[in-house]
Write a protein that binds this ligand. Structure first.
Ligand SMILES: [Zn+2]
Ligand SMILES: [Zn+2]
Length: 286
């Protein structure tokens, strides 16, 4: 039970975010899930305790893909706390290949992108993300009258991703790198090409463009996440996104809110209040 969240509202709380590790707590009043479990078990437990959550209170862990910064904690965490895990079949192959010891197979749930599944109060939609590993996906969460989306680790904002997340009340979106910082930086050419490629990461400019379009189609709250340590700065990412919003005459704290996820420590939670005007789950049922 998560205190302070009204029925059907959703809270997004990044525990840590960036190439060193990612984990995001997504909660309703009675369902708590983690999106990704990077870093290590100890760090996830510590961050959860700052959020006031016991690991055993989690209903599920949803994995976006099998890169270490998203599953680093999973092996030990799962054997210790036995939380059900949801991932695509390709991501499961990756998870199993790096496990030091096998975990209880009953915890494994294989999901398919483009379809919805239920976890507690949530209905969840997984959607494909173009990234340099197979089975990579993002997630959108629905309650009866609120919706939130998490989309990181993608080379481009595809029309499919945009359609999957548009209209969410709040979105955590990747703002990985500033293109000038990347191409003027120290990384080897081949790595620069990979990051800037179609299956790499989303740059500030592409994130900014997407945020402006998403704001125009009804999303009010944004968190920028998965910032590169070497090729970005929080103020650079923020400035780039604010500029794109300003060009559309969108005003901060009136038309939108914007925050940046911390790299190593939990970020202040973003509470998305359920709105009576929106009825998500009846649409699905009907
Ligand atoms: Zn990745
Ligand atoms: Zn990543």
């Amino acid at each position: 039970m998560r205190e302070g969240i009204r029925p059907h509202s959703i809270e997004i709380m990044p525990l840590f975010s960036g190439s060193s590790g990612n984990s995001i707590l997504v909660s309703t009043s009675d369902t708590m899930v983690l999106v990704d479990a990077g870093m290590n078990c100890k760090k996830v437990v510590e961050a959860l305790s700052i959020a006031g959550v016991e690991p055993t209170e989690l209903s599920a862990i949803l994995i976006t893909h099998d890169h270490t910064d998203h599953i680093g904690a999973l092996d030990v965490f799962t054997r210790k706390f036995g939380i059900p895990i949801f991932a695509t079949s390709h991501t499961w192959e990756g998870i199993h290949s790096v496990e030091k010891k096998p975990h209880d197979a009953q915890l494994d749930h294989e999901i398919m992108t483009g379809t919805r599944f239920a976890i507690g109060q949530f209905e969840v939609l997984a959607f494909d993300t173009p990234h340099d590993t197979s089975g990579s996906c993002g997630y959108r969460f629905f309650t009866e009258s609120c919706s939130a989306a998490i989309a990181t680790d993608m080379g481009t904002m595809t029309p499919e991703i945009f359609d999957s997340i548009k209209g969410s009340d709040g979105i955590l979106l990747e703002a990985n790198y500033d293109r000038d910082m990347l191409w003027n930086g120290e990384y080897p050419y081949i790595l620069k090409r990979r990051i800037d490629g179609q299956y790499g990461h989303l740059c500030n400019d592409d994130c900014a463009h997407a945020v402006a379009q998403l704001c125009k189609t009804g999303t009010r709250h944004f968190i920028l996440g998965h910032l590169s340590k070497e090729n970005n700065l929080p103020q650079v990412a923020e400035r780039t996104v604010l500029r794109a919003l300003l060009e559309e005459d969108l005003v901060r704290d009136k038309d939108f809110t914007l925050r940046i996820a911390n790299r190593y420590t939990p970020t202040a939670p973003l509470l998305l209040e359920a709105s009576d005007e929106k009825i998500y789950l009846q649409e699905v049922v009907g």
